[in-house]
Ligand binder design. Structure first.
Ligand code: SAM
Length: 300
């Protein structure tokens, strides 16, 4: 049985997400009803606990990755903004995403013929399937899936050299935050690798790990880094109560300068819409609209 009071991130029955570098002077805390799992994998510290309101919570290196209650707000937006910004995505690459939530959402698109998922830490997949089965909801059994257990950065370096037939229509970077095994994903070289791995009308999307309230200048810099590589780069966001300050930014890019990333490029069918709780065509476009002060910094 795991001890509730004896963990680096838990004190007196409360999980505390403290990050003095990214969120100085504040912390997000959550009551821990019971700890389901805690251990250090080869790559990161993994903690899974239960909370009355949010259900099962997955934490990597002290940062909340997802909770049963609000995960759809993240998984649907990071997936479907990119998937609907493309007119006919057939080959999709997911970098990271070990909890299976993005895979579940990509698998909902019947136009997709092949899904490659590259996750560095097999234990995140195993533990998520065991303790958070609704995240993947059977998608790891999807016949279109080619699962690779390796570093996503290295995988993209290898793609770059292997010819046109291996490129993707949509790439979703569903990684953890820059401190840890995902550090390389927030740098210019990564955007170059993404560009090389993308078909001409392809779309990439990544979680920015920040939001306009807490790190506006960082977001401006990250978007500018992406802009050095992609002629078409936009910022949008989703609302997730368990990410610090309740929202998370997403960076979306394409090699096609005239593609309107803020507009769905195909009609969502009634059947597709019925499967979704957060994403719809209106929220796709409105997610790119920022409050004036943030717009002035990020988009000017
Ligand atoms: N929704 C989450 C968030 O932003 O808080 C991300 C969830 S998902 C669990 C993040 C995954 O990225 C983890 O399973 C982690 O192991 C994986 N990851 C981190 N670095 C990676 C790398 N270099 N290559 C492939 N996967 C990586």
């Amino acid at each position: 049985m795991f001890n509730n009071s004896n963990h680096a991130y838990i004190k007196d029955g409360w999980f505390r997400e403290i990050n003095d570098k990214s969120f100085p002077g504040q912390a997000f805390i959550m009551a821990v009803d019971s700890i389901l799992y805690q251990a250090q994998s080869e790559f990161q510290d993994i903690l899974i606990f239960r909370n009355k309101v949010y259900g099962t919570v997955l934490v990597l290196d002290g940062i909340i990755q997802c909770t049963e209650f609000d995960e759809f707000a993240y998984q649907e937006m990071i997936t479907h903004i990119a998937m609907f910004a493309h007119s006919d995505p057939k080959r999709v690459l997911i970098i990271g995403g070990g909890d299976g939530g993005v895979l579940r959402e990509v698998a909902k698109h019947s136009c997709v013929k092949q899904i490659t998922m590259v996750e560095i830490d097999a234990s995140v997949i195993e533990l998520s399937r065991k303790f958070l089965p609704t995240l993947s909801d059977g998608a790891f059994e999807d016949e279109r899936l080619d699962l690779k257990l390796c570093d996503g950065f290295k995988f993209l370096q290898d793609i770059g050299d292997s010819g046109l037939q291996n490129r993707y229509d949509v790439i979703v970077t569903d990684s953890s935050d820059p401190e840890g095994p995902a550090e390389a994903f927030f740098q210019e070289r990564y955007f170059q690798l993404l560009k090389n791995a993308l078909n001409p009308n392809g779309v990439v999307i990544m979680q920015s790990s920040e939001n306009i309230w807490l790190n506006l200048n960082y977001l401006r810099d990250l978007k500018n880094t992406a802009k050095k590589v992609f002629p078409n780069t936009e910022y949008c966001y989703t609302m997730v109560p368990t990410y610090t300050s309740g929202q998370l930014g997403l960076i979306v890019c394409s090699n096609n300068a005239s593609l309107s990333l803020d507009n769905p490029q195909r009609v969502i069918s009634e059947q597709e819409q019925e499967q979704l709780k957060y994403y719809n065509p209106q929220i796709h476009s409105s997610a790119f609209v920022l409050p004036t002060w943030a717009d002035m910094i990020i988009n000017k």
